[in-house]
Design a binder for this molecule. Structure first.
Ligand SMILES: NC(=O)c1ccc[n+]([C@@H]2O[C@H](COP(=O)([O-])OP(=O)(O)OC[C@H]3O[C@@H](n4cnc5c(N)ncnc54)[C@H](OP(=O)(O)O)[C@@H]3O)[C@@H](O)[C@H]2O)c1
Length: 337
């Protein structure tokens, strides 16, 4: 017998691509049941990523909804209420963070079914809001830095061997984690953000912070004259020609929102064996890395920056804020508010 036996839950969903926040509909629908290797979670918080509204806009082709109505949002924190058959890693009562599949979503609801293999225990020291902020943005920050050769096992880097890293849009969902993780990876960090967030990004550990609207910031110039070994490129609309003169001999730009022009540049750089490379990047849903990030949070070495918290009843406001593109850190929707 299901733990929630035929009860209804509140959820927010849309019925077709397009329409933005105005197309989100509030509904009461049956609580889903977990199948084999799945968990039923009572959600406490979910965080929005730009990918969520890009999917609604029909922009992220491989991840478009398989069917409608579609309940968006993938990054969630909550409590296990029921474990499907075959799950022995987690049990009812466990507090967790999970990353739901993009093609299924499900985070804008009081309950969601999650794959046990993409769900990890949340330490008591990590709040639901902070944990929900982590999956896509935190994993992207960690994986881009790893692909730039930064190590998180305590070895390498630091001192004279410190890699010089530029993080663009360091005040955004991905950027705030990238700055902190790059410092943990013993890098010298230059970061760009708007004038209102210079102090915040500095407090996250960045060595140099540039206002992206100032001449030096627009040119991505390190004030100390450093050339970047890698750019964790979280902003959009910056052409390769701007990056090229700022890179070290074998510097690379890891572009997490590659445009058509960027994909072409990346291909040309690759086939011509250019020393400087542009690398298009898409993150992977790796539970062991999510566990690693939660461990850093537990130890107080990594924190989420929460832009704003919205009750599920006002999910539209949270959605519109993400579409607006000026969040500082993560936009969080809370189910218990
Ligand atoms: N490939 C992947 O796996 C992957 C994973 C996660 C995210 N992404 C993509 O990465 C991008 C960033 O995601 P996010 O969650 O960090 O976005 P976000 O939270 O919406 O980013 C908003 C922040 O970016 C700042 N910003 C905007 N343009 C800037 C510029 N030119 N220079 C410096 N700062 C700028 C804004 O500052 P102001 O408000 O001051 O303008 C704001 O604080 C999105 O396009 C997202 O879809 C890709």
């Amino acid at each position: 017998m299901a733990a929630t036996g035929g009860k209804l839950m509140h959820a927010v969903q849309y019925e077709a691509c397009g329409g933005g926040a105005a197309a989100l509909k509030h509904v009461d629908i049956p609580i889903p049941s977990p199948k084999k290797d799945e968990l039923l979670l009572k959600l406490e918080a979910a965080s929005i990523n730009p990918a969520d509204w890009k999917i609604q806009k029909g922009l992220l082709r491989p991840f478009l909804p398989r069917k409608f109505p579609f309940r968006p949002v993938t990054d969630v924190a909550g409590e296990v209420v029921e474990a499907g058959s075959g799950v022995d890693s987690l049990k009812p009562g466990d507090k967790v963070v999970s990353i739901l599949p993009y093609s299924k979503g499900g985070g804008f609801a009081e309950y969601a079914v999650a794959s046990a293999s993409k769900t990890v225990k949340r330490p008591a020291e990590v709040s639901a809001a902070d944990g929900a902020g982590l999956p896509m943005a935190g994993l992207t920050a960690l994986q881009t830095l790893k692909s730039a050769g930064i190590r998180f096992d305590g070895g390498g880097g630091g001192g004279e061997n410190a890699a010089n890293i530029l993080v663009t849009a360091a005040s955004g969902g991905v950027g705030v984690y990238a700055v902190q993780l790059a410092k943990l990876g013993k890098c010298h960090v230059t970061a760009t953000c708007g004038a209102r967030n210079l102090e915040l990004v500095n407090s996250l550990g960045a060595d140099e912070v540039l206002d992206y609207k100032s001449p030096g910031g627009a040119a991505l110039e390190s004030p100390s004259g450093k050339k970047y070994d890698a750019v964790i490129h979280c902003a959009t609309g910056i052409p390769w020609s701007k990056f090229e003169p700022t890179l070290s001999e074998k510097g690379k730009v890891i572009d997490i929102t590659p445009s058509g022009a960027a994909l072409l540049t990346a291909a040309i750089k690759k086939i011509t064996f250019s020393k400087k490379q542009l690398v298009p990047f898409f993150f992977s849903r790796r539970a062991e890395e999510l566990e690693f990030l939660l461990g850093l949070m537990k130890e107080g070495k990594l924190k989420s920056v929460v832009d704003s918290r919205h009750p599920l009843s006002q999910a539209e406001a949270a959605w519109a804020k993400s579409v607006d593109g000026h969040a500082t850190g993560k936009i969080v929707v809370e189910m218990g508010l």
